[in-house]
Design a protein around this ligand. Sequence first.
Ligand code: HMG
Ligand code: MG
Length: 300
Amino acid sequence: GLPSRVTIYEVGVRDGLQNEKTIVPLDVKAEFVRHLEDAGVGVIETTSFVSPKWVPQLADAADLLAELGESGRVRTRPVLVPNPKGLDRAIEAGVSSIAVFGSATETFAARNLNNTLDGQFDMFGPVVERAKAEGMWVRCYVSMCFGDPWEGDVAPEQVVSVARRLMDLGCDELSIGDTIGVGTPGQVEAVLDGLLGAGIDLDRIAVHFHDTYGQALSNTLASLRKGVSIVDSSAGGLGGCPYAKSATGNLATEDLVWMLHGLGIETGIDLEKLVETSMWMAERLGRPSSSAVVRALGAR
Ligand code: HMG
Ligand code: MG
């Protein structure tokens, strides 16, 4: 059956804003995070400690965390960290949860990490080891799990192999990324079956769908039916990846919450407040939200 509660892992502030053409001012980012927390969002991926040359949009990572301070609630704010330099910066900023981000394909490892498929494990290994020694919680992503813009189809075995190797580094959670939003539910089931077959616990698996081809909600439902209870989404459907052509926004958190609440699944999120937040953010960004639920409820 379906889970009774789903943990929503909000990525709008990171995956969303990393992809904006203009750099969103720090105070707007901070207010976005506070609005999301006020709407009951429990996990907010807040920024990235990556090279500012690669992602100038998030170069203000340390300043943003300093501006936010302690949340005053039991909230977690993971950040992306690719390498030892990123981990140094994260530790200095007082971060307690991080995410490394691997690729299921050779081409995207080169494009996104300037590395090779095998080389990415050598880069992440010491990062995960030290983060765990510092008492941090560590997530790992696998990108391009259902298709790659340069390589085309990606075999489920390839995804499972990369996921297993990342989890073997000592990560606490695994997020399966459909970076360019091409996957369909049958593929999702095949990958999830593969992961379970490789001994990865169901309660450590998250799904991360971009909605490029409108499949994100169907893929989420297929995942829930397999017992997945951690779902990544982005307020207002913001998102994309600057190093993956044809990647558009993530599954919108509002669309996800609408479906989950309709199914009687708890999220802890106040949908009305969330919609207000995304309407506010859309105004800041100067374009309407791509979320169907934001448009429907926002027009009432
Ligand atoms: P590189 O160019 O090979 O790095 O990039 P390098 O070690 O040669 O360093 C180059 C310069 O960057 C040096 O500065 C370093 O100090 C600096 P210089 O000496 O030239 O002045 N540098 C850093 N500065 C600050 N923080 C750091 C850092 N690292 C190096 N951490 C690297 C390799 C991994 C750094 C680069 O490729 C990178 O930053 N990649 C990140 C790309 C990225 O953020 N992509 C988007 C996130 S992934 C995503 O969106 C997918 C996801 O949502 C899931 C899905 O949808 O599938 C997660
Ligand atoms: Mg993404």
